[in-house]
Design a protein around this ligand. Structure first.
Ligand SMILES: C[S@@+](CC[C@H](N)C(=O)[O-])C[C@H]1O[C@@H](n2cnc3c(N)ncnc32)[C@H](O)[C@@H]1O
Length: 208
């Protein structure tokens, strides 16, 4: 895979699952029906981190899980060290289920905002969007929004944070967090939005 030259930081996708369960008690055989549509977020993992023949080692994705009694929790998957990532939904669901359960059982699950690595490259923290963004430093936040500025007219920061909604979209507070950018006039599924942003970064920052 040709390298992207990102000049320091790495891009991070933050997907807000307004109903996605923060607990491990969902059924692998009925993900959409039992997980508050966690399946939408799992597809974003594939789009953010997997290429046809590899893993994007220079990308991070945060899933903000706001559904169920265990909420809020953030699952952070870091392409630099993540293992056992598969493109299909069920193994990704299994990996997240085990990770959420391991965090709940961890001898020191930490307090609010403390990420605990429970699998290689997978860390879980208690808290919501504020926890996902706590270590952002100077990274700009781009809010993916159908009515935002065309992404192709924006000089993207390759170490930017890309905030994306689930099937219910982003609430007003999330929309106000950064610069609204659009990937086109049509409202797409969250994972397709991730893939298109990743592609824009590839086009802008890959040396062939
Ligand atoms: C399935 S869409 C949400 C649809 C939801 N019914 C709504 O009205 O917001 C999921 C997310 O993808 C992003 N998105 C979808 N289409 C987009 C577009 N054309 N440009 C930018 N972001 C988009 C937004 O962040 C949105 O919250």
């Amino acid at each position: 895979m040709p390298d992207r030259v990102l000049g320091g930081g790495v891009p991070r996708f933050v997907i807000i699952g307004r109903t996605a369960t923060a607990g491990a008690d969902f059924l692998l055989d009925d993900l959409p029906g039992t997980s508050g549509r966690l399946d939408v977020l799992l597809r974003c993992i594939r789009a953010a981190l997997l290429t046809s023949h590899g893993v994007r080692r220079d990308t991070v994705i945060d899933l903000v899980l706001l559904g169920g009694p265990e909420a809020p929790r953030v699952a952070r998957i870091d392409g630099a060290s993540a293992k056992f990532l598969r493109p299909d939904e069920r193994p990704l669901a299994t990996l997240l289920k085990k990770s959420l359960a391991a965090h709940a059982m961890h001898s020191d699950p930490g307090g609010e905002g403390c990420f605990v690595e429970v699998r290689p490259g997978i860390a879980i923290a208690r808290g919501g969007l504020e926890v996902a963004l706590a270590d952002r430093g100077r990274a700009p936040i781009y809010v993916l929004d159908e009515s935002g500025v065309d992404v192709r007219t924006v000089k993207l920061d390759p170490a930017g944070i890309f905030l994306i909604g689930d099937h219910q979209g982003l609430d007003e507070a999330a929309r106000a967090m950064g610069e609204p950018i659009s990937i086109g006039p049509v409202s797409l599924h969250s994972d397709d939005v991730v893939a298109i942003v990743a592609n824009e970064l590839d086009r802008a920052f890959t040396i062939r």
